[in-house]
Design a protein around this ligand. Structure first.
Ligand code: GLC
Length: 424
């Protein structure tokens, strides 16, 4: 593995490492994973219900090595906090962790998770940027499980009635389409135009980063250096803030996480919604089934770009029964399990070929588009002090959205906060 200019100052800033890593020296061997018996899997609550199903399949096959699903809260920040609390007390309560892709550096650098033997996972079959999210300093610290890319959910029935034939590719097209639909379709009159995840939590970091990226700006550069105090970043943030101010985004959306937005969309309250792929399968079982589609996120002058999301499987350093854990991680991240996660719950797979499998594309026609969006998605800052980075972003973005700070001042303050966080 080759990392260029890897660590700034005290070694806390991970910069560009290539994905061709061979793990360097000290490759983790499976012999260091010992002990068999019951284990736990700690992950956020699963709205789709597919996680218990796949665990039940494992438990049937391994009655002496059963996995207990520990359901953590739905929001990413609370999950991270609980996992860190466990790690800091060296608790063995969590064996396998469903680690958000943005936490790999932090957990690996603190030695809260074990380095994994990469020859035991079919990484060459997976999308490269997804594998990259599981690496720290070239070593593999998690098994890529599901990826995530932002999509624009929109109401095809209403667009058709208004005579609009294609989904919007820019923010202004989206706003105009919404106005047209409201004008021409009486049932849509009271609907809100757009929502995303704007509550003050990790979802806001994602939505902020996407707005900045979709206006041509960046939060940090390829070496992890903050560069957010720019006119382009300001255009992105101003789109969100302006939309809240003029009502394109309803005030309630400032309290939305993923599930709140989904409920609003399914109840016919919102016309366009930014959300992750998991929502597709659930919305297909809701009152808007057959009345919506997804497209790439819109941007300032053309299609926007998504943040790279997703979850990987990491092994707690403090866990028991690590031989069982390694086998479970292989099972849970296998192509077979990924197919179930995709079929049942529309979770974005790590495996490249599933995006082009005819039967799956038949069920989820947007898969090829999603693959491109994941391949071109922008990773959030890859830093050990990720907690500081995300809370600075949340703080400043929320202040602008709620009208207590100008975007110019907030981006200036954010640049300085990010410089401090990444220089630690
Ligand atoms: C999704 C993404 C994850 C992201 C989170 C934010 O779960 O997979 O990467 O951090 O949403 O709410």
């Amino acid at each position: 593995m080759r990392c260029s200019a890897l660590l700034a100052a005290a070694g806390l800033l991970l910069s560009a490492c290539d994905s061709s890593g061979d793990g360097g020296s000290g490759q983790a061997g499976s012999t260091s994973f010992q002990g068999r018996g019951p284990i736990t899997y700690a992950a956020g609550k699963d709205a789709t219900g597919v996680t218990p199903k796949v665990i039940a399949r494992w438990n049937e096959l391994h009655p002496k090595e059963k996995v207990t699903y520990i359901q953590l809260p739905t929001d990413a920040d609370s999950q991270r906090q609980q996992m860190i609390q466990n790690a800091e007390t060296k608790s063995n309560a969590y064996t396998v962790l469903s680690l958000d892709v943005v936490w790999t550096s932090e957990f690996a650098a603190h030695q809260w998770i074990d380095r994994l033997p990469e020859n035991q996972f079919p990484l060459q079959k997976m999308l490269k940027p997804v594998v990259q999210t599981a690496r720290y300093r070239g070593g593999l610290y998690a098994a890529p499980a599901s990826s995530d890319g932002g999509l624009l959910y929109y109401r095809t029935d209403l667009m058709d009635k208004a005579g609009i034939t294609a989904p919007p590719t820019t923010w202004s097209e989206m706003t105009n389409d919404c106005a047209q639909v409201k004008k021409k379709v009486p049932a849509a009159k009271g609907m809100s135009c757009y929502a995303g995840q704007l509550q003050k939590y990790e979802g806001l970091t994602v939505n902020f980063a996407e707005a900045v990226n979709s206006a041509g700006g960046i939060v940090t550069d390829a070496n992890g250096k903050p560069d957010v105090d720019t006119p382009a970043a300001r255009k992105g943030l101003d789109f969100l803030a302006g939309a809240v101010k003029n009502g394109t985004i309803p005030k309630e959306a400032l309290t939305y996480q993923e599930e709140d937005g989904r409920q609003a969309f399914q109840a016919g309250k919102v016309m366009f919604l930014r959300n992750w792929p998991y929502m597709y399968s659930l919305a297909q079982k809701s009152p808007v089934a057959g009345k919506f589609a997804v497209s790439p996120l819109p941007g300032l002058d053309g299609p926007g770009s998504s943040s790279l999301g997703g979850h990987n499987l990491a092994l707690s350093s403090f866990a028991k029964n690590k031989a069982t854990a390694l086998d479970f991680m292989k099972f849970f991240s296998s192509e077979d399990s990924a197919t179930t996660f995709l079929k049942d719950a529309s979770l974005a797979p790590a495996y490249a070929d599933l995006y082009n499998t005819p039967s799956l594309v038949g069920k989820y026609p947007y898969l090829p588009v999603l693959k491109q969006s994941i391949l071109h998605a922008v990773p959030r800052p890859r830093v050990v002090a990720y907690g500081d980075v995300t809370s600075a972003i949340q703080q400043e973005a929320y202040a602008v959205l709620t009208g207590t700070k100008s975007s110019a001042q907030a981006l200036k303050d954010l640049q300085s906060d990010l410089q401090k966080a990444t220089a630690q």
